[in-house]
Ligand binder design. Sequence first.
Ligand SMILES: [Fe+2]
Ligand SMILES: [Fe+2]
Length: 279
Amino acid sequence: MTPSPRYRLAHLSDVHFGKIAHPEVVEALVEEVNAAETDLVVVSGDLTQRARTHQFKAAKAMLDAFESPTLVVPGNHDVRAWWHNPIERVFQSSSRFARFITDDLTPTFTRPGLAVFGLNSAHGLTIKGGKIRPRHLEAMQDFFGAQPAGTFRVLVLHHHLLRLQALGDHDIARGAKHALRAAGASGVDLILCGHLHTSHVEHAEIVPPSEADPAGHSLVIASAGTATSSRGRGQDREVNFYNWITVEAERFIIEERRFEREEHAFAEARTTAFHRADG
Ligand SMILES: [Fe+2]
Ligand SMILES: [Fe+2]
């Protein structure tokens, strides 16, 4: 079994340049992430508000300010709106994201005992709910299939694959059922997503134990709030959140950090530890 050193990931989502809550929130975020020992900064989509050039440039400047590697997937707001360019929206939905952020639409990150895969769920033919393409799922399965046993597996995408009761009636991506089954078969331990602008962490049983599969499969879903925008929803209205994820040999810990305006800094809001099934 591969030894598992300690890793730390920062998980941000829905930064929405074009709707930044206060300039200081971006500054505080970058400063804090850089001050910590971060192995990877994950951004689960919606970098911009309207996929405009200046918004992508501002998002790229933030990504470049991080000292650690970044893994970024697009969100539905990173695709051009119908009224701007319907042809581009349908046939080249990721073209602006690819031009300004990265042209790698199935990004990966590996370290001994850790494997992270980014899945693109933002496509032009879906308005905002997202869609998973079979060829991207195949790439995911090939990637995780090549990792040694005992590797902690993280899947990053913008949209949700499972309806979580705690979040009310919300979008899930088209093809979610199939994607969740593939994630389970690939041994995914943790899904990092966003889109709903509400910070929530939940342990979910995706394959119930059966005679054929006595262990079944469960994983943890971390749905990040909006890290920097004024678009927080529900209980997180006007509030900014992001996650710290610490992966240890036998457990992993998710710390939800909330921006405290009076302090001009993020602070711990909730911390949840999970036992690793293979730890
Ligand atoms: Fe968003
Ligand atoms: Fe979104």
